[in-house]
Design a protein around this ligand. Structure first.
Ligand code: ZN
Length: 160
């Protein structure tokens, strides 16, 4: 379940955006790892190649993912459950938010230990991070329930 894509429409938009960026900036695309992976053919850009390129620190792919706020995972997927809800993802999200906003904590001060303590204290940054990481998990559970044909929550809470 970890590698299930939870936001398919986001992935579609990302691929469209990557293809138009490849056409708009052919030189950057040709130099990029993504361009190499798809043999220079923008029509071959897909989520798998974007995830691979991002994991190889390809600036072209990383910039697109960052701009569209699409998380990627060390497993090579984009917008899969682990890219939102794994421990690594939660830490990455917290560091990113601290760099963007006024949460009165510096990006490099955010470690697993800091996060654990801040969650206990109810720090505003951790509330936002937990919301962002738990929502895709909840969405996936609802999708699974729907896939199983469970019509509403009372039917899978387990009545005797
Ligand atoms: Zn993953």
């Amino acid at each position: 379940m970890g590698h299930v894509v939870v936001e398919a429409s986001t992935v579609d938009k990302l691929i469209e955006r990557a293809q138009s960026e490849a056409v708009a900036n052919p030189e950057a695309f040709a130099r990029s790892r993504l361009g190499f992976l798809v043999h220079g053919d923008d029509s071959r850009i897909n989520a798998r190649f974007l995830g691979l390129a991002a994991n190889e620190n390809d600036e072209f792919a990383l910039q697109l993912l960052d701009e569209m706020q699409v998380p990627f995972c060390p497993c090579g997927n984009v917008t899969d459950l682990c890219s939102y809800s794994s421990g690594r993802a939660v830490l990455k999200r917290a560091q990113k938010l601290s760099a963007q906003c006024a949460y009165s904590v510096r990006r490099h001060d955010i470690t697993d230990e800091w996060l654990q303590a801040a969650i206990v204290e109810g720090h505003p940054l951790t509330r936002k991070v937990l919301h962002d990481s738990v929502s895709p998990l909840a969405l996936r559970i609802l999708q699974s329930a729907a896939d199983l044909g469970l019509e509403n929550s009372s039917s899978w809470v387990g009545s005797p």
